[in-house]
Design a protein around this ligand. Structure first.
Ligand code: C5P
Length: 265
């Protein structure tokens, strides 16, 4: 699963058309451009292995590389990747061909805390800077989704999430597994990343929710949840099925099929 175990294919030949970067900018973005925290500090235990999930390979490149390339193709400037503290150098090496990208240690306590560490590493931005938070576990998010999220924040929203309709009926259950409710399916959506925010909104949400981050059971599983908790309005844009989260082996197999189909097209 290690990124260094195979030599990577040339990006132009292996990258699906929807992920190709039009032009690679060498300049540092100004603070008014969009930036992103790419969370990659989780483990791969549900996927295949004990190492970092984000270094599991998809068509010769680690998941985190695909996710970072996709963000850049969607118009994102500076990217901070939160990696497991013990694997920082492996991540730097795996991402060395992507410019304006920094790898920092994430948290082993919760995703929420990893995001907070990533935001701190981005440094202080203008209040209206667009900041995205994206999961490295979503390697194939089309740049159009990222662009939609950025546009919606630039258009005046404080918080924006990409969503899809749910196809399964969902139930709420109690601690014993007994069903206690059936929310109307038409009222529910499945939430993806990247989630986008005005900088000031996301920073306040993380500051006010910081005490939850030390405990995985209480921590927010997405950043929009922290905005909701401070009374903020969260808007939605259309997500995309290709933005699926790679969690289990079946997800990785599907991602491999998607890359193979696109690169042969
Ligand atoms: O665990 P889950 O699948 O919800 O993780 C979503 C994303 O958050 C993954 O990209 C994972 O690497 C990241 N994460 C993190 N720090 C943690 C836990 C998860 O950066 N402590």
């Amino acid at each position: 699963w290690r990124a260094t175990s195979k030599s990577p294919p040339p990006p132009s030949a292996s990258t699906p058309s929807w992920l190709r970067v039009a032009s690679k900018s060498k300049k540092m973005p100004s603070k008014s451009e969009s930036c992103a925290v790419l969370t990659a500090a989780g483990s791969g235990s549900r996927l295949c292995c004990e190492g970092p999930k984000a270094l599991v390979e998809l068509s010769g490149r680690p998941l985190v590389w695909w996710a970072a390339r996709g963000l850049r193709a969607g118009g994102v400037g500076a990217i901070v990747v939160t990696a497991p503290a013990s694997s920082i150098e492996e991540f730097r090496s795996a991402l060395s061909d992507i410019d304006d990208l920094t790898v920092v240690a994430g948290s082993d306590r919760s995703r929420q805390e990893s995001v907070a560490l990533g935001l701190a590493a981005l440094g202080r931005c203008e209040a209206d800077t667009v900041v995205l938070v994206h999961d490295a576990a979503r390697p194939l998010t089309p740049p159009q989704v990222t662009a939609r999220v950025i546009d919606a924040v630039r258009g005046g929203a404080g918080a924006v999430i990409p969503v899809l309709p749910v196809t399964d009926t969902l139930k709420t259950v109690d601690a014993a597994g007994v069903v206690v409710g059936t929310p109307r399916r038409s009222d529910m959506v499945a939430v993806q990343t990247p989630q986008g925010f005005r900088w000031d909104v996301l920073i306040r949400a993380h500051e006010e929710g910081a005490s939850l981050g030390a405990d995985e059971a209480r921590a927010a599983t997405d950043d929009a949840g922290l905005v909701e908790a401070i009374g903020g309005t969260v808007h939605t844009v259309a997500g995309d099925e290709r933005s699926m989260k790679v969690t289990r082996p079946l997800d990785l197999a599907l991602a491999q099929i998607l890359v193979a189909e696109e690169t042969s097209a």
